[in-house]
Design a protein around this ligand. Structure first.
Ligand SMILES: Cc1ncc(COP(=O)(O)O)c(C=O)c1O
Length: 433
């Protein structure tokens, strides 16, 4: 018999080469926990571009106070049971009611983690005889949820990234081969890794044409896009067409947990069948109480969203002017592509790694993203401008990129080959709202 642990000794598996490098390198850098526009790494303060603190609510005083009051009253452990048993409180129900109203849906349901929410929602709905149709570049939680549905007997199909025309073809073929099965389309509102916006108008039109249902994971749109931060579907004016809206509190809400919002009968089904929450302890009061405050701020503080957009535009324009290839820039996420030329960009030791090291030496903190998170052959910095960053921090960062292009002899603008790969990644650029 082989030893099942043998694989752990090499550098195989997911992120194998990075795992082999150990802690505090390109992956798993060791950080002090206080998140914000500046963070401590290796004992030194860095300008931070890798935290999803979109509207700068991390460490907000009002939220801190709400959390401290909740801990004073309810400690950190309560409630102690699952929602089904002893963990269902009036506070959880009240927050769900507010989230439903905020999302303009009949009902909402809380989850302890966004990842678990996606798994729970999808696996509760899609099983034997059904089909899940997934955007090829969707977040890992969606791909894993689709995998669970497949294990339960559902058929798994993919459509090309953000391509409503391709979705149409896939749904046509599903309708032909399995006319009696239900279909759930899974996609993101703002693609968290690449920062492009989903073509939600096109996707909604197509799913309605075939009678499929649509789940959107709006982890990066919630609090960021749309009126009062209602998200990407609100931004495109199609919130009423989204069958299940999902958002995590881990990004703009600067907390933990997530929720889905949908019709009441669907919410009730999820509430009783999403095993990742049914069999888990209820969201602790410290989060429920502080999230109530956070929701107020998300809805009220349009000024923070304005500042986030201003910073994002400044950073994106500045880097573009220096010749860097960046993503479409429709969301605040600024995806900067490494000019890789013929070099293997996605390998440890590639130009992306040199760029990360160069910037970290200058106390600018960026994170490189490579395959399997994005398609092979590309290396990208996923930069998150937030409402908290100052003009000076944006300018200092652009200056550091400028000197980097000279000191590292970067090929700028990138080669036609790189540009073709990038264009292919963003094959569909939806009409702006
Ligand atoms: C698109 C997307 N979906 C889901 C999740 C999971 O959310 P959480 O961190 O709340 O588990 C994330 C977080 O990385 C995400 O980016």
């Amino acid at each position: 018999m082989a030893d099942i642990f043998d694989k752990c000794k090499g550098d195989g598996g997911y992120f194998g080469a990075f795992r082999h490098m150990g802690e505090n390198e390109l992956t798993r850098p060791i950080m002090e926990p206080l998140a914000g526009k500046r963070m401590m790494h290796n004992g030194e303060e860095h300008i931070m571009w890798s935290v999803n603190n979109y509207i700068g609510l991390a460490n907000n005083d009002e939220i801190r106070k709400a959390a401290a009051d909740a801990v004073e009253e309810f400690s950190t452990c309560n409630p102690m049971g699952s929602r089904m048993m002893s963990g269902n409180t009036p506070y959880h129900l009240a927050l769900e009611k507010r989230l439903a109203e905020f999302s303009q849906k009949e009902a909402a349901f809380l989850f302890n983690f966004g990842y678990m929410a996606v798994l729970g929602i999808v696996s509760s709905l899609a099983g034997m005889g059904d089909t899940v149709v997934v955007d090829k570049l969707a977040h890992a939680s969606i791909l894993d949820a689709a995998g669970m549905a497949k294990a339960a007997g559902a058929t798994l199909r993919y459509f090309k990234h953000n391509d409503a025309k391709d979705l149409d073809k896939v749904l046509e073929s599903v309708n032909k081969t399995n006319p009696d099965g239900g279909v759930l389309v899974l996609t993101e509102g703002v693609y968290g890794m690449t920062g492009d916006l989903a073509d939600l108008r096109g996707i909604c039109e197509v799913k309605d044409k075939w009678g499929a249902r649509l789940f959107i994971d709006d982890a990066h749109g919630l609090g960021v896009m749309g009126e009062k931060g209602r998200g990407a579907a609100d931004y495109f004016g199609v919130q009423d067409k989204i069958d299940i809206y999902f958002g995590t509190f881990a990004k703009a809400f600067a907390s933990i947990g997530g929720f889905c919002a949908c019709d009441k009968d669907v919410r009730d089904w999820i509430m009783f069948n999403a095993r990742t929450q049914v069999f888990a302890k209820s969201l602790p009061m410290v989060y429920v109480q502080s999230l109530d405050k956070t929701l107020d701020l998300v809805m009220e503080r349009e000024d923070l969203r304005d500042k986030m957009w201003e910073n994002s535009k400044k950073l994106q324009d500045g880097l573009r002017n220096e010749g860097f290839a960046i993503g479409p820039g429709d969301s605040p996420i600024c995806s900067v592509f490494c000019p890789v030329g013929t070099e293997a960009a996605d390998k440890v030791g590639g130009v992306g790694a040199s760029m990360v090291a160069y910037l970290r030496e200058r106390k600018i903190f960026v994170t490189a993203v490579v395959y399997p998170v994005i398609p092979p052959g590309l290396c990208m910095f996923r930069m998150i401008p937030t409402a908290a960053h100052t003009d000076a921090e944006v300018n200092e960062t652009i200056e550091a990129f400028k000197s980097m292009s000279k000191d590292l002899n970067l090929t700028l603008p990138c080669t036609a080959d790189d540009q073709a790969k990038i264009d292919k990644l963003f094959r569909c650029n939806p009409t702006k709202a």
